[in-house]
Structures are given as C-alpha cells and as structure tokens.
Design a protein around this ligand. Structure first.
Ligand code: SF4
Length: 288
C-alpha cells in the first residue's frame, strides 16, 4: 500500500485516515473496531504515563549517563521562561520524559521504536494539553499515525540499524505530523503532506548512539523530532504542500538509508559515538 492509494480510498469512502486504519485492521486481521480501539487505548494510557513520568521527578537512566533533563526543562517551562509557545514547549517536555523513561527501563510504547518513543505521544498529548479533544479523537489520530508508519515500514525501514535515525526519529516525526493534522481536522492528503515535510527535514539523519545506548543523542532527538512534527503539521494545515509527494520521500529515505555506511547505522562506530567525549563516556561505562 502507498499514500496515493490510501488518499484515494479515503476520498472515495469519505473517511479519515484513522477510520481507514480501523477498516484495514478488520480486513487484514479480522479485528473488530472495538478490539482495535481497546488496544489503541491501552497503548495511549502507557504513552501518557511515560510522557508525564520524568516531569514529576528527575529520572536517571540505568547507565547513569543521562537523566533529569525532562524535569529541568519542565520546571523552566512552567516558570514561563520558554521562548517557545505552550504547545511546542509542552511537546518537548513530554518527548524528553518518554525517552528518559525508556532509558530508565520504564514502560513505554515503542512507536515505531523504543529510541523514537517520545515523539508521537509528545505530539498527541501536547495537542490535548492546549486544545480540547475526546479520547476517541486521540485514538483516531494514533491510528492515522499507524497508517503512515505502515507505509514507511513497507517501502523503507523503521530501524536505525537499517536506515539510520531518519528511519526511527524521522518516521516517528512523520507519523506524529500526520496524527496532529488529523486531530486538527485536516484531510488525509494534508496528513501525508505533513508526513512528507517531516521526513524531508530529517532525511539523512544518522544513527550514532554513544556507547551503543539509546540515550545520547536519542533523548534530545525526540525533543527535536516532535518540533519537526508540529512544524510540518502546521505548514500542512495552512495549505502548504510538499513538492515531493510522501511516497517519493519514503523512497528517497530508503535509498539514503541503504547508502549510509555501517558506522552510521546503530553500530556506535561513527558520528557522535566516536567523538572524544562520546568515547570517554563509553570508557566510563565499559572500561577502556
Ligand atoms: S540515534 Fe539510533 S538508537 Fe538513537 S533514536 Fe536514533 S536511530 Fe534510535
């Protein structure tokens, strides 16, 4: 399945991307709408908890390498000192919280992966923080994100080891951008314009985790990723279109990922992982 087919089916059946996901689940897996929505709600509950967990008190990672930034940033934000608006600053705080919770071995939803687990929840719950949405609308937005992720998975990759961080945080940003567009009443075509813009802005992002741990730069990439998602959604909602269609951006992401050297695909043998400071942190954890 590709975005063009999805948009056309949504147009013909006069349904949203979220509604299409429900129908696809029924057609492909035999799941009833109630069963799908129950599963989605269970995931939303876990996502929401992780998005708040590291804001209530500082959370440190198991390695001791990172932690406390979600709490620190949220305090600063609450004091009214953020240079960003309420939605964007809340989104960054939520993204940091989910990612720090992941690094502390807390419970998260790997959507699409553990490393990029902060982006979609941050987008959804920052919108819920600044607007009024029903739970059903949030579930639909989650499902819209799922359609976008499914297409990327089919035509490229969602794994950093295969496609670099563009495949993880880039895909998560595209999914989140589409979810926000759906939440704000945009069309399926606008959802994919938002997704395409998000992918284009993160194309070529390498996977270079310090000491091989999903902490540095992953946690802050989630904060950056949700800003990309919100920006892309805002552009699409204003009527801005991606000159390169979604399906082509995914194809480009796949080619870029295949062209990436192994050192930049989760092996921790390049990029930030092999800077002097990155190597020093690795030695601190594992010894020389
Ligand atoms: S840097 Fe690699 S491990 Fe970290 S979030 Fe990106 S893809 Fe995942």
């Amino acid at each position: 399945m590709d975005a063009i087919t999805v948009i056309e089916r949504c147009r013909q059946e006069e349904i949203s991307l979220g509604e299409l996901a429900l129908r696809l689940e029924g057609e492909q897996n035999g799941a009833s709408p109630d069963e799908v929505l129950d599963r989605v709600e269970q995931m939303l509950v876990v996502m929401e908890r992780a998005a708040h967990e590291a804001l209530a008190k500082p959370v440190r990672s198991v390695s001791g390498l990172t932690g406390g930034d979600a709490y620190r940033y949220d305090q600063y934000r609450k004091e009214g000192r953020s240079i960003l608006g309420e939605a964007a600053s809340m989104a960054m705080a939520f993204a940091l919280s989910s990612s720090e919770t992941n690094a502390a071995m807390g419970r998260i939803v790997a959507c699409p992966t553990a490393g990029s687990c902060g982006i979609l929840p941050a987008a959804l719950f920052s919108m819920a923080h600044t607007h009024t949405f029903s739970r059903r609308q949030l579930q639909d937005a989650f499902l819209a994100a799922g359609v976008v992720g499914m297409i990327i998975d089919e035509h490229a990759s969602l794994a950093g080891a295969q496609g670099g961080c563009q495949a993880e945080c880039g895909s998560a940003a595209a999914m989140a951008a589409a979810a926000v567009v759906q939440l704000m009443g945009g069309s399926p075509a606008q959802c994919f314009h938002a997704g395409a813009i998000a992918i284009k802005n993160m194309l070529g992002l390498v996977c270079d985790p310090v000491a091989g741990l999903v902490e540095i730069p992953c946690i802050k990439r989630n904060a950056g990723g949700v800003l990309q998602a919100l920006g892309a959604a805002d552009l699409a909602l204003s009527g801005v279109e991606s000159y390169i269609p979604f399906d082509d951006t995914v194809e480009a992401m796949n080619r870029v990922g295949n062209a990436m050297p192994a050192a930049l695909r989760e092996t921790a043998l390049g990029g930030l992982a092999t800077t002097a400071s990155g190597k020093e942190m690795r030695e601190r954890i594992y010894g020389a």
